[in-house]
Design a binder for this molecule. Structure first.
Ligand SMILES: [Zn+2]
Ligand SMILES: [Zn+2]
Length: 461
């Protein structure tokens, strides 16, 4: 029991009042440990309160399951006269008042009372009432004391936090300390502070637990926290510094698109690696801004070269892919069909080797750039299919039209040249953005493309 007494009296928040009558130190300590939540269900919310009258720390729901309540004005049994009670309004602020008893006490009193002989009952009740009066007064006193000491310690906690914040060390000199009263005393930024996990933990930490933390370790953690958050929130400030400068340069509007890809822009050289420190004008003008502009110009040059290279490729493709046969050879019919076609038509393996699809791992269904010639002639039906799709269509729809045999199917298929070109334009655009091209191009062209890599093609080998 001693341990509990010592620990209680050593902890500034724990009530300095002795345990109430009938409770030992341990039971007493356990009740006041509000941070443990409801003693019945462990729920930890604002709902949890200490009900000194019942000597429990409980949430509302658990309390309600353990009490007996009678609406004011209704008849109240005699035996309750000597029972401690609370008064609650249970249906909102303006609902009726209830007299609330601890259920166990209520039952016990009922039994005890029934056993007391009629002529002793008045005495019994008087005795119980005196006892009860004492308990109620004690509970009231404790409730008030608890509330007061909670406020006192809350204030003490806030004062510690405040004093820390106001002298928040002179090493943190940064422009974020905008709430400066005088220059010698940098003050915390409330916004940054409110984002610090340690700060928020401290605010919600029960006072007596906070009292157990040494000030030094807490302060160190706070400073570390504050620095990290301050760093993070300083980065936009630095970008704003760069951006304001860039806006005033002549070249900015032509190069705008490339600036976000420039290395110096992506990771600017912070002073001492600390984004909280602002650059001086001179450093920006002489070093950072020119470097970004040079990199942006380089980006634009590369992009222009790449555009030229791309046009070369497109021309090359469209000189070769001009009809069904060349389209299939190029791989536009999808993987299986190309192989099938090569076997069926004895295509020169040497020529087709260059055009192997480079998406070996993906199943390539080819492009939907093929039409059925029979439909065009007879029904003006211009639907586009993939090579596989159009063959299926011919076999299903027109099997009775001609005595089609597998090998002759190609005679009834047509390539839409214009749409194919459009498809490739889409690929070309994508290539420009991603560096990926769906079809393998001749080696010398691939080399040209690789030489014009865009800075954002990160995963290209
Ligand atoms: Zn509970
Ligand atoms: Zn058809």
């Amino acid at each position: 029991m001693d341990i509990w007494h010592i620990s209680r009296t050593n902890t500034i928040f724990f009530p300095q009042l002795p345990p109430p009558k009938g409770l030992n130190e341990m039971e007493y300590c356990k009740i006041v440990m509000i941070e443990k939540g409801c003693q019945f269900c462990s729920e930890k919310s604002h709902n949890v309160r200490i009900y000194w009258i019942f000597r429990v720390r409980s949430c509302w729901d658990c309390l309600m399951m353990r009490v007996e309540y009678i609406q004011q004005g209704q008849s109240i049994p005699d035996f309750t006269t000597g029972l401690p009670f609370e008064t609650f309004r249970m249906h909102g602020m303006f609902g009726p008042e209830y007299k609330v008893f601890w259920k166990e006490d209520y039952r016990l009193a009922e039994i005890e009372f029934s056993k007391v002989k009629e002529n002793y009952r008045a005495n019994w009740l008087k005795e119980k009432s005196l006892e009860c009066e004492f308990l109620m007064k004690d509970a009231l006193k404790r409730g008030k004391f608890y509330q007061d000491s909670k406020e006192i310690h809350n204030q003490a906690k806030l004062n510690i936090i405040k004093s820390f914040c106001y002298q928040l060390d002179s090493s943190l000199t940064s422009e974020l300390s905008i709430y400066n009263n005088n220059n010698s005393k940098p003050i915390y930024n409330p916004y940054i502070l409110s984002l610090c996990p340690t700060f928020n933990e401290t605010i919600s930490l029960p006072n007596h637990l906070f009292a157990q933390v040494t000030f030094k370790s807490w302060k160190d953690k706070m400073i570390q926290d504050y620095r990290q958050i301050e760093m993070k929130y300083s980065i936009p400030l630095r970008y704003n510094q760069i951006y304001q400068k860039l806006l005033r340069t002549r070249l900015f509007f032509g190069l705008q698109h490339w600036i976000v890809h420039c290395e110096t822009y992506l990771s600017p050289p912070y002073i001492n690696n600390d984004p909280r420190i602002s650059w001086c004008e001179e450093f920006l003008d002489k070093y950072i801004i020119p470097k970004i502009l040079i990199e942006a110009i380089d980006c634009e040059k590369k992009a222009n070269d790449a555009k030229i290279a791309l046009r070369l490729i497109e021309n090359l493709i469209f000189q070769k892919v001009i009809n069904l046969k060349t389209a299939i050879e190029f791989g536009l019919g999808g993987d299986d069909n190309k192989l099938e076609y090569e076997i069926n038509n004895n295509v020169n393996q040497e020529i087709s080797k260059n055009y192997n699809c480079n998406n070996i791992n993906n199943i390539n269904n080819g492009l939907e750039v093929f039409r059925c010639k029979i439909c065009i002639e007879n029904t003006s039906h211009y639907l586009l299919y993939s090579y596989r799709g159009v063959k299926k269509h011919l076999q299903k729809r027109h099997s009775s039209f001609h005595e089609l045999i597998e090998k002759d199917l190609d005679d009834y298929i047509e390539l839409d040249y214009k749409i194919t070109r459009n498809y490739f334009k889409v690929y070309s655009d994508k290539w420009f953005k991603t560096g990926n091209y769906p079809y393998k191009l001749p080696d010398e062209i691939m080399q040209i493309l690789k030489n014009h890599r865009m800075p954002w093609w990160k995963n290209l080998h």
